[in-house]
Design a binder for this molecule. Sequence first.
Ligand code: T46
Length: 131
Amino acid sequence: MNQPKIIEFPEIGNSMLGYIAVAENKDLPFEVKRIYWTYFTPENVERGGHAHRQLEQILIAVAGTIRIKLELPGGEKPEYILDRPDYGLYVPKMSWRSMKYSHNAVLLCIASTAFDEDDYIRDYETFLKEC
Ligand code: T46
């Protein structure tokens, strides 16, 4: 079972010009099949509340600050604060997650599979059972 980890992306540029961060398949832990992003999430809303059976992801706060709480199959509950556009959090399959956003936050998700609602576990008891 893979563990969550922070991935730093190569950054090109300087403070006078600005920066570009780059993600290429050869440097990622899976082949990219989909990219999506979430934005305009009110600060009092907690998103997530689910796990994925097969999907692996890299989550990047390309703007703002995002707090992510995970629960892993072994019971560990690591927490992360993403607040830099040049690094992301690798989230392995079977990780229960919840996310809170600052008002300006944009969460970019690099995903290993196409969208499939059947891949979601949205019931916590089912998550514990399938672990
Ligand atoms: C995740 C976190 C980080 C689609 O129709 N296609 C898509 O590709 C996606 C990602 C979502 N949807 C639909 C499914 C739901 O009806 O969009 C709606 C909102 O999705 P959800 O409630 O899962 O949103 P979040 O912010 O809780 O979770 C999303 C991703 O779905 C999920 O994979 O890990 O961002």
